[in-house]
Design a protein around this ligand. Structure first.
Ligand code: SF4
Length: 512
C-alpha cells in the first residue's frame, strides 16, 4: 500500500498545483510497525497510522488545501484509549530515546542532503580535523558504548586493541549486518532508514584504528537495505566522504559490500570473516582474536550496525553526554524488536535501565485482547524467558544475565497465558539445531538429541527422565561447544524448564 499512497499523494498534489511546493518523502521505518503504513505531515507535526491509498485525498485536502471540513483522527492509544494523532503524544514513543534510530523515519535515506541537514558527516569532519586517533578512541571508551550485537564487549577497547595491533599494516573495519535472530530487524531498519550513519561511523573507526578498508557483510535477504546502502555509498564517494584524502586530511577509506547467504552462525565474527574470504562460514577457536589476526590475516574490527549508528552522535556530543544515559555498566540506549502477543508491535529504542514492565505495558501497550502476560523472551534463540516476577528488572547486559536471559541483539518476544512454553522452547531449538554449522560434536549432536526429546514430549511420548536428560545435555553443550551459537543454544530450554517445569510435566503426564 505504501507505494500506492505515495503515488496518490503525488497525483493529488499535481492536480492542486502543489507538486512544486510540497515534497513527498519516502523515509525508512518509523518503528511503529503494527500501525503502518504511516504518513507524517511536516511542519504540521501530525502523524497518521494505518493509512490506506484512499486516505491520500483527505490528507491533501486537510493539510495542503486547508479544507476545515475534513478531520480524521486515526489512532486510539491502546493504553489510555485517548484519540490522538501527534507522534510525541503516543505512549509508544513517549518513553523512547532515539539515538541509533535518530534519523529513521525522519530523513529521505536516498538523499544525502537530508542526512547532511541533520549534522551528517560532521562527526567525521570533527574526528579528522580536530581529534587525534587516540582522542577518538578515548571518546568512545569514556562513553561506555558496548557492542550491540549481543556480546556487549566495550567498543572503545576493541578499537584500541585493533589500533595497537601491528599499527601501520593493512587493517579492516567490518560492519556485521548479518542479523539472523528470528524476530530481530533493527539492523535492517537502520540500513534502510539511515545507511549514511553507518558509513560515517565506519570511516571514523577506520581513521582511529588505522584501517583504509571497510566491509559491510549483509544478508542477501535484505534487498531494500542493500539498495539503499549502495545508493548511500555512491553519494558518499561523490561528496568526498569516502575515497582518497577525506576532508583534506590525507586519510583514505572506502567500503565494499559482501553478501551473506542467511546462515545464523555467520553472525559470529570468525565465521563472518571466513565467509567474507570466500570460505565456509565456520567459527574458529579464539585466540587469536580478529583484532590481531582477522580478514586476510590482518587486524580487523567487527562491530554490528547498531553499534556503529551510535558513533557519530558520541563524537559530536561527547562521551559525557552518552555516558549520562543508561545504567552504571551499560550506557546509552538499546533498540529492541518488540513482537509477539503485544498491542504495539515495532522497533523501540529505550535508555538502558528501562524496566521490562515499562516496555511491555507502557511502550508496548500491554497484552493483546486483554490476555494475561506469561513471559518475555529476550536474546532470541540464545536467550531465555523472563517471567512476571522479574518484570521490574532494569534492562542492562548484567541484569538480564542474572535473571537467566541475555540482551542478545535485541529480539523481544512477548507471550501470553495461551502460549505453551514447551512449544516455544522447541521452536528455538529447532532453529539452532538447524543452524548449527556442525563443526563441533557437542553442538552438532547435542542440539539434535535435545530436539528429539522435546519433539517426543510435545507428541505425548515423553517420559519423566527426559527432563533430567535435557538439563544434563544442555549443560554439557553450554560447557563444551566451540562458539556462542552452541554455548547459548540450550538457554531457551533450560530457562523454560526452570520457570515452567510443570508444563513439561503436563505434556509427559498427557494433561495437554
Ligand atoms: Fe558450529 Fe555449533 Fe560448534 Fe559453533 S558451537 S562451531 S555453530 S557446531
Amino acid at each position: 500500500d505504501s507505494e500506492k499512497i505515495i503515488k496518490n499523494l503525488e497525483i493529488l498534489l499535481k492536480h492542486h498545483g502543489q507538486d512544486e511546493n510540497v515534497k513527498v518523502v519516502k523515509t525508512g521505518c518509523f518503528g511503529f510497525c503494527g500501525q503502518g503504513p504511516i504518513v507524517k505531515i511536516e511542519p504540521d507535526n501530525v502523524f497518521y497510522v494505518k493509512v490506506g491509498p484512499k486516505d491520500a485525498k483527505d490528507i491533501v485536502e486537510m493539510h495542503i488545501m486547508k479544507n476545515e471540513q475534513v478531520d480524521r483522527i486515526l489512532y486510539e492509544d491502546p493504553k489510555t484509549g485517548e484519540k490522538i494523532h501527534e507522534h510525541k503524544d503516543m505512549s509508544f514513543y513517549a518513553k523512547q530515546h532515539r539515538i541509533a534510530l535518530r534519523n529513521c523515519g525522519e530523513i529521505d535515506p536516498e538523499d544525502i542532503s537530508d542526512y547532511l541537514a541533520n549534522k551528517g558527516y560532521e562527526a567525521l569532519k570533527k574526528a579528522l580535523k580536530q581529534l587525534s586517533r587516540d582522542e577518538v578512541i578515548d571518546t568512545i571508551k569514556k562513553s561506555g558504548l558496548r557492542g550491540r550485537g549481543g556480546g556487549g564487549f566495550p567498543t572503545g577497547l576493541k578499537w584500541e586493541i585493533t589500533k595497537n595491533s601491528r599499527d601501520g599494516e593493512q587493517k579492516y573495519v567490518i560492519c556485521n549486518a548479518d542479523e539472523g535472530d528470528p524476530g530481530a530487524f533493527m539492523d535492517r531498519s537502520i540500513l534502510e532508514g539511515d545507511a549514511h550513519s553507518v558509513i560515517e561511523a565506519m570511516a571514523i573507526g577506520g581513521y582511529a584504528m588505522g584501517a583504509q578498508n571497510g566491509v559491510v557483510y549483509i544478508r542477501a535477504e535484505y534487498p531494500l537495505a542493500i539498495n539503499r546502502l549502495k545508493i548511500a555509498l555512491n553519494q558518499a564517494r561523490e561528496k568526498g566522504f569516502l575515497g582518497k584524502d577525506i576532508f583534506g586530511s590525507g586519510f583514505n577509506f572506502d567500503i565494499e559490500i559482501r553478501y551473506g547467504a542467511g546462515a545464523f552462525v555467520c553472525g559470529e565474527e570468525t565465521a563472518l570473516i571466513h565467509s567474507v574470504e570466500g570460505s565456509r562460514g565456520e567459527p574458529t577457536v579464539k585466540p587469536p582474536y580478529p583484532s590481531e589476526c582477522g580478514l586476510n590475516g590482518q587486524p580487523t574490527c567487527v562491530n554490528n550496525v547498531e553499534t556503529f549508528a551510535n558513533i557519530p552522535p558520541i563524537i559530536l556530543n561527547g562521551s559525557e553526554w552518552f555516558a549520562s544515559i543508561g545504567t552504571e555498566k551499560s550506557k546509552g540506549t538499546k533498540v529492541f524488536a518488540l513482537a509477539g502477543k503485544i498491542n504495539n508491535i515495532g522497533l523501540v529504542e529505550v535508555p538502558m535501565g528501562t524496566t521490562l514492565r515499562e516496555i511491555v505495558y507502557e511502550i508496548g501497550g500491554g497484552i493483546m485482547d486483554g490476555h494475561k502476560f506469561k513471559a518475555v523472551q529476550t536474546g532470541g534463540p540464545s536467550g531465555g524467558v523472563i517471567t512476571e516476577a522479574d518484570l521490574d528488572t532494569p534492562i542492562d547486559y548484567e541484569s538480564l544475565k542474572e535473571i537467566g536471559s541475555m540482551m542478545g541483539s535485541g529480539g523481544m518476544i512477548v507471550m501470553d497465558e495461551n502460549d505453551c512454553m514447551v512449544n516455544i522452547a522447541k521452536f528455538y531449538l529447532d532453529f539452532t539445531q538447524d543452524e548449527s554449522c556442525g563443526k563441533c560434536t557437542p553442538c552438532r549432536v547435542g542440539t539434535k538429541r535435545m530436539y528429539e526429546i522435546l519433539d517426543r514430549i510435545t507428541k505425548g511420548k515423553g517420559v519423566p527422565e527426559d527432563l533430567d536428560n535435557l538439563v544434563q545435555i544442555g549443560n554439557m553443550i553450554k560447557d563444551s561447544a566451540l562458539c556462542g551459537l552452541g554455548q547459548t543454544a540450550p538457554n531457551p530450554v533450560l530457562s523454560t524448564l526452570k520457570y515452567f517445569r510443570d508444563e513439561y510435566e503436563d505434556h509427559i503426564n498427557k494433561k495437554y
